[in-house]
Design a protein around this ligand. Structure first.
Ligand code: FAD
Length: 434
């Protein structure tokens, strides 16, 4: 495809955010009677970044009210076309240790208020009974609370991205693969006038940045600060904090018949996420860890896919070629032991662990929550802090803002919160994104 010399909306990145924003911008233009003028460019192609490798879990469970309300809106967009998005609305279960009862109870209360259907089960014996009703071989220890969400589930990563790309094209957006953005030209107000790419220059009216783990490079091309002062809700100011930190997401798969991980009636089970402080042993009785551990898993096309808590990489990371680096060598033992700890059917399955393209790096903001904001007068940055495969609806909200509307859902994620102290509350989960 030859590149135009001018577009109204230039979207950088063909991951979930770029594709969804492009789709909704084109749809907004069409419904206003305009000819869509949206170009999505990607240095590689659709799903080449985190969206194409993500485990694909779609849940509401967030301790932060703003996150949970936004997630409910995202699920609505997934539900618009489950087949087109390869979305499995099988539900999601968060199972936790005693220390997580209050967090999950709060989440459940909020879900009741916003009409998101879920059940809360509290008490070790009660949780075991609930789980054995679904999985007769359930045997996890140290689990005192279960939040069972009846919406959400997961989507198959690449199939989902091709589904969203098809929506974008149908709406009238164009997608150009193999176009790398290399810089910007600005006017006196700081607005971008021209986007430089390795295939030529494009003059623009508005720009959307949806580059996932590459956000630091575009942030710096936009001349934005890589360190900042962060005011906490109590008024303390943490000076000179790094804006970005890389974490490595540890994920893997076992190659088993997907039919071995089903409910008693043969249907697809919910996605399961377990955090526990019970000692974790492998099938030979070797202690894997006696510290707080967590896992998540779901049925997949060729077996069972999931992951465990991520590891911090630091402030510097070479993102290309993506996904780079490897998981912790101990990950496969830990994750397979945790599956067997939960369900007897997974005993002895360590040998089926697959060394496939899995896991990847994510770029987290200074408070580990998204920044969705105009960072230049005409440049909207979607920096999801690695929360975002599930956030299919963020593009709809961004398009609304960029075409002159307002989004109360995105407001809590403005960059200004670091200066004003309007930060999101922090949970007792071991994950940086709960
Ligand atoms: C291993 C892993 C598992 C995950 N699991 C889940 C999960 O289960 N559920 C969930 O909700 N989230 C999950 N996430 C997080 C989620 O995948 C990301 O938050 C989300 O996909 C980011 O989407 P994005 O559109 O911002 O970026 P990406 O999907 O990374 O897309 C960015 C695109 O930008 C392109 N690009 C970069 N730089 C340039 C440039 N200079 N010029 C042109 N194009 C450029 C890239 O080629 C890429 O295609 C996971 C992340 C990882 C890494």
């Amino acid at each position: 495809m030859s590149l135009p010399t001018h577009v109204k909306y230039l979207v950088i990145g063909a991951g979930v955010h770029g594709l969804s924003t492009g789709w909704h911008l084109a749809a907004e233009q069409r419904s206003a009677g305009e000819q869509p003028d949206v170009l999505i460019v990607d240095k590689a192609g659709v799903g080449a970044g985190a969206s194409g490798i993500a485990c694909g879990v779609i849940r509401n469970n967030y301790y932060q009210p703003a996150m949970s309300e936004l997630m409910a809106a995202n699920v609505e967009v997934w539900e618009q076309d489950p087949e087109g998005f390869s979305y499995h609305p099988c539900g999601y279960m968060a199972l936790g240790a005693e220390r997580q009862i209050s967090d999950l109870s709060e989440v459940h209360e909020r879900q009741q208020r916003i009409g998101y259907p879920s059940d809360l089960i509290v008490g070790e014996a009660q949780v075991r009974a609930h789980m054995r009703g679904l999985f007769p071989d359930w045997r996890a220890e140290g689990v005192h609370v279960c939040l069972h969400e009846h919406k959400g589930g997961y989507a198959n990563n690449m199939r989902a991205m091709h589904g969203v790309a098809a929506k974008a094209r149908q709406a009238g957006a164009r997608i150009a693969d193999g176009v790398r953005v290399t810089g910007f030209a600005f006017d006196n107000s700081g607005a971008v006038t021209t986007v430089h790419t390795d295939q030529g220059e494009i003059s623009v009216e508005q720009v959307v940045v949806g580059v996932g783990p590459w956000v630091e490079s575009i942030w710096s091309m936009l001349g934005l600060p890589d360190r900042l002062d962060v005011r906490t809700p109590s008024g303390d100011v943490h000076r000179d904090q790094p804006m970005w930190t890389y974490w490595y997401l540890q994920e893997g798969e076992i190659g088993v018949d997907p039919g071995m991980f089903v409910l008693p009636d043969g249907s697809m089970p919910p996605v399961i996420h377990v955090d526990s402080d019970a000692p974790l042993y492998d099938d030979d009785g070797r202690l894997i860890t006696d510290e707080f551990w967590g896992n998540y898993f779901h049925q997949d096309l060729h077996g069972v896919q999931g992951g465990a808590a991520p590891v911090v990489v630091g402030q510097e990371f070479e993102v290309d070629p993506y996904p780079t680096a490897t998981v912790d060598p101990a990950f496969a033992d830990m994750w397979c032991a945790s599956l067997s700890h939960c369900l007897e059917r997974f005993a002895g399955k360590r040998g089926t662990y697959k060394n496939v393209r899995s896991g990847g790096v994510g770029c987290f903001t200074v408070d580990s929550f998204p920044v969705f904001d105009y960072m230049r007068p005409n440049v909207y940055v979607v920096a999801d802090s690695n929360h975002g495969f599930k956030m299919l609806g963020v593009g709809r909200e961004v398009a609304r803002v960029m075409t002159g509307g307002h989004s109360t859902l995105l407001h809590p994620f403005r960059y200004e919160r670091f200066a004003t102290g309007d930060l999101h509350p922090v949970s007792n989960s071991p994950y940086p994104w709960s």
